[in-house]
Design a protein around this ligand. Sequence first.
Ligand SMILES: Nc1ncnc2c1ncn2[C@@H]1O[C@H](COP(=O)(O)OP(=O)(O)OP(=O)(O)O)[C@@H](O)[C@H]1O
Ligand SMILES: [Mg+2]
Length: 494
Amino acid sequence: MCPLVTLRGISKSYAGIPVLRGAQLAVEAGEIHGLVGENGAGKSTLMKILAGETRRDRGEILWEGEPVRLASRADAECLGITMIHQELNLAPHLTVAENLFLGHEPTVRGVIDRARERTEARAYLEELGFDLHPETPVRQLSPARRQLVEIARAAMRTARLVIMDEPTSSLSAKEVAELFRVVRLLQSRGTAVIFVTHRLDELAEVASRVTVLRDGRTVHEGSMPRLDYSHLIRAMVGRELADFYPERAAKIGGVVLRVEKLSHQGNFQEVSFEVRSGEIVGLAGLVGAGRTELLEAIFGIRSPEGVKVYVDGSPARVCTPQDAIRQGLALLTEDRKRTGLAPHLPIAQNITLANLRAVTRKGLLDLRKERQIAESYLELLRIRAQSATQMVGRLSGGNQQKVVLAKWLFTRARVFLVDEPTRGVDVGAKTEVYRHLNKLAESGAAVLMVSSELPEIMGMTDRVLVMRRGRLVANLVTRQASQEEIIRYATLGE
Ligand SMILES: Nc1ncnc2c1ncn2[C@@H]1O[C@H](COP(=O)(O)OP(=O)(O)OP(=O)(O)O)[C@@H](O)[C@H]1O
Ligand SMILES: [Mg+2]
């Protein structure tokens, strides 16, 4: 039996720089196939070629053994190939229902039948078990919920092959479980799924086979291991990774951040806690528990009533993010693309943007220094770019994330608020981010980290706060807590 699709010797260059160098991939009908590799390895590019969105320079694509051209997205759709993109493609001003039916609207006598659209969308979302309201405008949804809309939209059209480019990077454990249910539903209908991800433990849950790309080449194809991913990781990064969660030698000192009965209508109520110097505190909970909103409130994005935040014992009068930065706070946002990057500026300028003082001498920008700093971060985080002067908008998804991270690591602050710091970042760079967080703590800063990856919380934090429906329901010493206990608090409360 021949595979559903075979990619052979696929090559692609941008401006003379090779991105794919003879990559290959074979997917059987109805199979769930993982595609992994470092940021910039060429995963998205290869998938866009398969979805007819990008033209290959060389190579062959066989569909059920027959060569196909795939010169446009329409060609791919004809065969039953759909792709969910890493950068979401929804129309923010339209509702959930309108997005689901975009381009395929039901009509009566030539007029779009919005009522039917809503009813069908509601029934369909119910069938998938997604907790989404058809009439909510997409711009009001969190990145995680937008992802669910994209997934629903792709699953809606009968497809032979669905490509999911990092579908889980912004989902909570519960939403990932929902997604996997949908993936299995697709599989039971005979649809094959290619799953691009950086989370190997999740991949092991659904995928039976895996392909590893490195520098545009296929370096490994085989069945998906269930427990020990070390040879997969070695294939991805081309080296051994020591200590995934590095040891930290931070001395825990006095209270740096104190939050007292902080409330924000509809998001969270009466939240109180402290973070000490040298401490990394995790903030766990399901998506929608109010974690992001809490970080934003501390940072002055949602101004709370009265002073509820103290830095080093003094009340922090934080009404705007500018105030927050002045009072020694830094925030790494969850939605990096929207709030973290200037895509049309070079990498170097993006990195130094929040700490220009460090690259200014006598009132003038020291361009050489700016470049040196940027280059050191390119190396540290293994950001795949042509040079520090390249525009950020041209980088792969994960490499853009790394630039935001670099910018944020380069700020000087007493309190670091971090929202999902390693989302979308490959395994090699993850440990570098952890090392850096440790360094910040060792230098006496306080770190508060929202993470939906429990192993990350377990491996990195001293204490973990658990939020559920806007309330703080647990404050645990990480060493004495278990993942099960955290999940129990996050889902059931006290
Ligand atoms: N339109 C483009 N113009 C120039 N370079 C590009 C373009 N699209 C992609 N690249 C480059 O191709 C390389 C591979 O990018 P790709 O998006 O395929 O990586 P990826 O494996 O999906 O990475 P990630 O895990 O970060 O999503 C990157 O170095 C990227 O900068
Ligand atoms: Mg990608």
